[in-house]
Ligand binder design. Sequence first.
Ligand code: MD3
Ligand code: FE
Length: 456
Amino acid sequence: MNLDALLDRLAAVEPTEQPFISLYVGTRPDNTGRAHWGPIVRKELAERARSFGERTLARGTYDADAGRILQWLESEPRPSAHGLALFACGAARIFEAVELNVPVETELVVGRGPHLYPLARLLDQGRRYAVAVTDTHQARIFVVALGGIRERKSVENAKLSRPAAGGWSQARYQRHIDKFHIDKFHREHAKELVETLHRIVREEGIERVLLAGDEVVIPLVREALPKMLAARVVEIGGLDLTSSEAEILTQTLEIERREDARDDAGRVAAARAGRLLAELQRVLDAAPPRHMVTPGGFRMSVAMSNCGAVGWVSDAGGYRYDAIDPDSGRPWPPMPASFLESAQRAAVEAGYRGFAPDACLISRYEPGARLTLHQDRDEEDFGQPIVSISLGLPALFLFGGLKRSEKAARVPLGHGDAVVWGGPARLRYHGVAALADGLHPLTGRFRFNLSFRRAV
Ligand code: MD3
Ligand code: FE
């Protein structure tokens, strides 16, 4: 079974009216050699049924789906499977059941769509990470894999080892090195650490490096990191060279789990983003991006288009929402169902039910393109949020205040990120810093932003 394809398929499921059942089952026998999961799963499924009113449509479809799940569980899985994952919603025409060759935690989730994080995590099994603990003299590098820790290497700066038990030559040597040389030795130490780390990361296929160190050495290490490594380094506190292996293990496992959860969410978002891009292509074929002109006569560096009942346009006459694309003289292309669904999913997750966008402004950024600080005030009802989805190359979003003069925070926005701007944030000044050059596997040298609005 190809779990990647399964994740993609399930990520594309639109929110359902009827309950969607996601069931993960850990099937490993206990120490008596017996598997206990059957009765537990049966009980969980039966208990959850009671959360729906009797003789409701939801209860009916839930019972049918649960029945189908139980039937599969009784007849299909091989005893050798370590785990099972099942997804069922008759109303969405989904029934997927797979055996897993890795253990999972037993978990039943009933919601409006599939619960995918555990599945995304399975695609990552066998991930290992490294921990580097350093000061300006000495470093220790550990590799954690399958829950165990193992010291791989210690790096020591021979020229600048700590004053040892008082040899006279050592003392005289120490007196003769000045600030300049100390900096130089610290820098050499950082470089040696980074080189060693780089080799270990490459040899062992490590995805993430957790780095602990003092405020002197961390900037030096950062400076020495090649790009490939910098992307994998996460700084952590609370550890130093005196920490025991047990301390290092327990502290970093927790951090790694948290980072993992972020990655899993990102993977689910990226699977959805792939589908949006396919639709986007169709929309832009019908209404190609164009560089609009501001009322002040400037050509915008961002190329724009729209889909939906109305579209945002700018020309010498001003800004407005219009049902007709001025370039084609025809209505804007309709909003694809997957666009609407993604926007509504994000809005609901942020606490805005009933968001019904009638406009989707599509912005295409190429390297150098930017958007100066502005407010979005052309919409009828500022009580409605704006939902934005970023695709392709990453950008630095500038998030200002309610006055133009307030200093803007810089927030990186990457492929698949969705942001909901509602409440007091709705009228904050915002913009996008000049796009850095880059090549995205799906969009090439472009960033696209979809921003969904209730305009009229
Ligand atoms: C924040 N686009 O099209 S996301 C725009 O990334 C625009 O392409 C940016 O600003 C982009 O107008 C930002 C969308 C966005 C829209 C409205 C907002 C962010 C907002 C209103 C208030 C605060
Ligand atoms: Fe804006």
